[in-house]
Design a protein around this ligand. Structure first.
Ligand SMILES: Nc1ncnc2c1ncn2[C@@H]1O[C@H](COP(=O)(O)OP(=O)(O)OP(=O)(O)O)[C@@H](O)[C@H]1O
Ligand SMILES: [Mg+2]
Length: 162
């Protein structure tokens, strides 16, 4: 089992108002599963992901991630759990602007205390896997955003509408 939520919910208090971001939720995530979280805007998808990603604590209920009872972890222990067991793929990347592609990839390995030579090897391998070796010294702003706006336009869109 990767994660379990037992009656987990999240409330936010703004002034005298309480917003229920996630109603009490029961969920079990098993290894090898692909899970889609679908729902209307404001239904609590990001809140649920933030709980599973150990970014926030539940307001109530019990949450286990990788065998650890998240409710009982200190912020430091929670950060360690994120560093060592959780990977986020953000829509807007969240790369560190002053660091090169290579240094962005290496950063979590260094935080994990992996020695520099091994971190360099693993970084090199990872960049090679995604065909980015020649871009390793580029800053994030010098990399493409991964959108397909460089693809050739279909013929009808290339024609002058007039
Ligand atoms: N930090 C916060 N402070 C106050 N209210 C919050 C906070 N985060 C989320 N909420 C509220 O909790 C509810 C759930 O928000 P959440 O972002 O989880 O929804 P969502 O399903 O991800 O929506 P969307 O599809 O628009 O991304 C919303 O009403 C939102 O306004
Ligand atoms: Mg969201």
């Amino acid at each position: 089992m990767i994660a379990e939520l037992k009656g987990v919910g999240k409330d936010y208090r703004t002034g005298d108002q309480t917003i229920v971001a996630l109603q009490p939720t029961n969920l079990i995530l098993n290894e090898g599963e692909l899970l889609l979280i679908i729902g209307p805007s404001g239904s609590g998808k990001t809140t649920l992901l933030s709980l599973l990603g150990c970014v926030i604590y539940p307001s109530y209920g019990d949450l286990w991630v990788d065998g650890q009872h998240v409710n009982k972890l200190s912020e430091k222990a929670l950060a360690r759990l994120r560093l060592n067991t959780i990977g986020f793929v953000f829509q807007n990347f969240n790369l560190l602007a002053p660091l090169t592609a290579e240094d962005n990839v290496m950063m979590p390995l260094q935080l994990q205390g992996i020695r520099t030579a091994e971190a360099r090897d693993r970084t090199e391998q990872a960049l090679k896997t995604v065909g980015m070796t020649d871009r390793r010294r580029n800053l994030p702003k010098q990399l493409s955003g991964g959108s397909n706006n460089e693809l050739p336009l279909p013929a009808p869109l290339l024609q002058n509408p007039n």
